[in-house]
Structure formats: C-alpha cells, structure tokens
Write a protein that binds this ligand. Sequence first.
Ligand SMILES: [Zn+2]
Length: 84
Amino acid sequence: MAISDIREQVTTVRKGPPCEVCGALSTLPEGEADALRALLADPTVRYSTLSEALLADEDTKLDINEYTLSRHARGKCAARERLR
Ligand SMILES: [Zn+2]
C-alpha cells in the first residue's frame, strides 16, 4: 500500500457511522429541528420514549434508536453538541 493511501484509510476508521440525529437535524425544517433538539436537551424525556414517539409521528417519521439519540445528546458524535 502506498503511504499516500494511509490517510484515507485511517480517517475512514476514525469517523465511524454517521449520526442519524445529525442527519435528521440537517434535513428537518428549522422549527422541527429546534423541537427535536429541545426534546434531546430535556432530562425528563427518556431516550427510549422519544425514539418510540419519533417512529410513531405521522408527519415526520424518524427511525432513530435510543442509543443514537443518547450518543448525540451527550456530545459523543461528530457534532460534539452536548445537550444534557
Ligand atoms: Zn449527532
């Protein structure tokens, strides 16, 4: 392997899977993205409950599991957005 190929390989490994919450926040209308962010920031909202509610939403159906929600809210994804 050429040394010039190493960077791409190393970078790919470090990046990991893209965060679905980040994806949703960037595609949702502004008001909806704000509402989702507020829910993620509210310590009284359980991630599991939120995950189910998002999946059940008829207008904006999102299939994001509780672990991904938690990861984003704790600032552990690439966005580093610490919400709770
Ligand atoms: Zn994220």
